[in-house]
Write a protein that binds this ligand. Structure first.
Ligand code: GDP
Ligand code: IMO
Ligand code: MG
Length: 420
């Protein structure tokens, strides 16, 4: 058996949480492989609207095992809040949520380092979610990090103090005021809570499941264009968000990857700083933000909005080896007279049809225009009932990227999904 991967093809917030929740009923296991509480994955079903940050989006399916893989970074305080919020919804995950011992811990001082570093950058700041992601991955690759497996070590507190001291010395160079006492207290409570979960070696667990023919879906966080290697560096996150990240973030070999489900919005959004070639700063952009409720699920910040970017989408499909596509928020385009789709860029006076290294230089988008539609599509249940203008848009994208669209999402709710 092979493991399927679902990941974002844009700058995050493509609707991964919703679609994983929809698809979770077909899988035995859902496993997060990178990122941490910088993610905000929204799920809606019945009357419930919920946002998950660290916990995989399969938790609302009682028979599904959920795994936080070794590639994820965990803040025990945020984890504890997530568990409490789930309890309020009568969802008990103590039995079906497992955590990799190799996953790294976000310390309170990592969050301060993140904030101090961003403040020092001034105008050139990344626009980080300030959850301590960058400093934690720095300590991981710098071989200083603390891992979930360390929390049962009798010397854990000494290790914590040693690393925190190091961080405090670093923060002093930034001249940044901080106090972590209150957060630290909650953090250690969170550590105790984590001890009550099944702590696993995800590489053994997952490969065993594959041998047993169990169906596994790896859930990505962020998006391809925020990848540490292939995103618009330095305006990226600190992990490999692409499909290869599922191999290193769970411990599965590349030849064990099955379907790669790439998810994208019917337009583009980005939250935080960095290049965005098709960004709209006009009324169309404002309308996309309003109709799409484009405000961050983690930070509440307004998301920047723009038209679909084909060279960027093709880049993401190439990097991930996408085998099937999911388009979300098609309903948000309803009412636009004209829908634009970027097919090329002009870079230094030359027309190019790919996303180049020079993504931080001005890329002028060249658009193809398609006719919009007026019909409300949020209640549509089958492809045949969709307006032809929308199916023309979908066919055009499929033809250009050469991958079939298998799911069309027409609303935030679990039910508002057309599976082809
Ligand atoms: P994720 O980070 O990829 O899981 O995406 P987010 O949850 O951060 O952002 C996606 C937002 O769009 C959430 O508010 C979802 O409830 C919402 N959403 C998802 N799919 C659709 C859709 O097809 N139509 C509409 N209107 N909203 C959607
Ligand atoms: P999900 O999983 C959208 C962005 C931040 C910032 C940059 C670096 O919900 O799609 P970081 O906190 O990692 O240091 O921030 O990446 N970012 C996201 N944008 N969705 C996310 O996750 C994101 N996670 C990080 O806004 O620009
Ligand atoms: Mg999100």
């Amino acid at each position: 058996m092979k493991l399927d991967v679902l990941l974002g093809l844009q700058w995050g917030d493509e609707g991964k949480g919703k679609i994983v929740d929809v698809l979770a009923s077909k899988y035995n296991v859902i496993a997060r492989f990178q990122g941490g509480p910088n993610a905000g994955h929204s799920l809606e079903f019945n009357e419930i609207k919920h946002v998950l940050h660290t916990i995989p989006s399969g938790v609302f399916r009682p028979d599904t095992i959920n795994i936080i893989g070794n590639g994820v970074v965990i803040d025990p305080v945020i984890f504890m809040q997530e568990i409490e919020e789930l309890k309020e919804l009568n969802v008990d995950v103590t039995k079906n949520l497992y955590i990799s011992k190799r996953a790294h811990l976000i310390l309170p001082s990592h969050r301060i380092l993140d904030a101090a570093s961003e403040a020092a950058k001034g105008k050139t700041k990344i626009g980080s979610t300030l959850k301590g992601i960058g400093p934690t991955y720095m300590d991981k690759t710098g071989r200083n990090g603390l891992r979930i497996g360390d929390i049962i070590n009798p010397k854990f507190e000494d290790k914590y103090n040693f690393l925190t001291k190091k961080h405090k010395d670093l923060i002093s160079q930034y001249n940044f005021d901080f106090n972590i006492d209150e957060y630290e207290e909650k953090w250690f409570k969170g550590i105790e809570l984590i001890k009550s979960f099944k702590l696993i070696e995800s590489e053994h667990e997952i490969n065993q499941y594959l041998k047993e023919e169990k169906l596994i879906l790896a859930e990505g966080a962020q998006g391809t264009l925020l990848d540490i290697d292939f995103g618009s560096y330095p305006f990226v996150t600190s992990s490999n968000t692409i499909c290869a990240g599922a191999c290193t973030g769970l411990g599965v070999a590349p030849n064990k990857i099955g379907n790669v489900i790439g998810i994208f919005k019917a337009y583009c959004t980005r939250v935080g700083s960095g290049p965005f070639p098709t960004e709209l700063e006009d009324l169309d952009g404002e309308n996309l933000r309003k109709q799409g409720h484009e405000f961050g699920a983690t930070t509440g910040r307004p998301r920047r909005c723009g038209w679909m970017d084909l060279p960027a989408l093709k880049y993401a499909v190439m990097l991930n080896g996408v085998t099937e596509l999911v388009i979300t928020k098609a309903d948000v385009l309803t009412g636009f007279e004209t829908i634009k789709i970027c097919t090329h860029y002009i870079l230094n006076g030359k027309e190019i049809d790919y996303l180049p290294y020079e993504v931080n230089e001005p890329l002028e988008p060249i658009y193809k225009e398609l006719k919009g539609w007026k019909e409300d599509i949020s209640k549509v249940k089958s492809y045949d009932q969709l307006p032809t203008e929308l199916t023309d848009y979908l066919k055009y994208i499929e033809k250009e990227v050469n991958v079939p669209i298998k799911v069309i999402s027409v609303g935030p709710n679990r039910d508002e999904t057309i599976i082809l």
